[in-house]
Write a protein that binds this ligand. Sequence first.
Ligand SMILES: Cc1ncc(COP(=O)(O)O)c(C=O)c1O
Length: 379
Amino acid sequence: MSKAILLASPHMGGEEIKFVNEAFETNWIAPLGKNVDEFEKDIKKYLNIKGAVALSSGTAAIHLGLIALGVKENDIVFCSDMTFSASANPIIYQKAIPVFIDSDYETWNMSPIALRKAFEDAKKNKRMPKCVIVVDLYGQSANYNAIRAICDEYNTPILEDAAEALGATYNGKHCGTFGDIAILSFNGNKIITTSGGGMLLTNDVEVEKEMRFLSTQAREPELHYEHKKLGFNYRLSNISAGIGRGQMLVLEERVKRKREIYNIYKQQLAELPLSMMPEAENCFSTFWLSCLLINKESNVCYLDILNALKLENIESRPIWKPMHMQPFFSSYEYFSHGDSSVCEDIFARGLCLPSDTKMRDDDVYRICEIIKKVFKGKE
Ligand SMILES: Cc1ncc(COP(=O)(O)O)c(C=O)c1O
């Protein structure tokens, strides 16, 4: 069996271990220390943002982000429908109520048309949302010109879930800077990783201070343990942050490689009845995952490709199953872009292809050949 090719796996640059060793040598084996401070500074500088709080996961960052925006029991929160469940789970942690919003074909992200429908309905029923969680899926920004305009009209803040989009830009500005609060993930499959970790981002330094406080058990500045608020143990370890500092040194290289991989797929698969996830107007996508969409009239379905790749020890994955189709979330409201659901359609016809930056060009060419063979076999 040939060596496994993965969807996206950790890719160390080499310097990470130096920062990790530094933590050992100085005995800062704790959820605080120089690596945590410096990693936050690196991210702030890269994104040109004022506030960053390093946390144990992206999910923790979304949870604190909802708290920062005042989301409480029975509040409504609008949320992108096509995403990983971690975008929506913290809404439930807060005992709030999610309402899912469809995507559009241009970005695969939140549809401004569906969002407007949801706001109009909310206004009619006097059930306005407390905030809107907008996801930047697969390394591509959502359409913030349109989404921000609608949210401003209804005076509703945005929590930007940029877990998958570090390195991407929209109108030349980095993903992670469009929300009133934004979050990143450094999970093992992300463009850079800390093994597990996340970051809460904001330009409001008071919010930054408060979230750092809540993430470290909300300990009041007393000699004894004094608590006036509900705290969380959500801070990032100084060891993990060391990995993050090393990874920041190779982030641009990783973005470049992800885009090269996407471009090989796009060029090699151009003759087949499929399209690649588009790079939308004003967007510079990282193509964290390269995804394809099979034409409606084709006999090939995504499982044919997935299974053919699997036989060669190559991992691919269906598109993230929309939240409104998930058994856990299916009872919540959902607003579609048009008469039918765009997310359902992309889920039915799409596939995430191997996008591991450790792949060589000939690995990607080999994957393309396997895909071509699947189509040929079904002609
Ligand atoms: C869109 C999205 N949001 C949130 C998360 C949660 O991040 P984490 O795994 O760091 O908790 C992930 C990935 O895992 C994600 O893909």
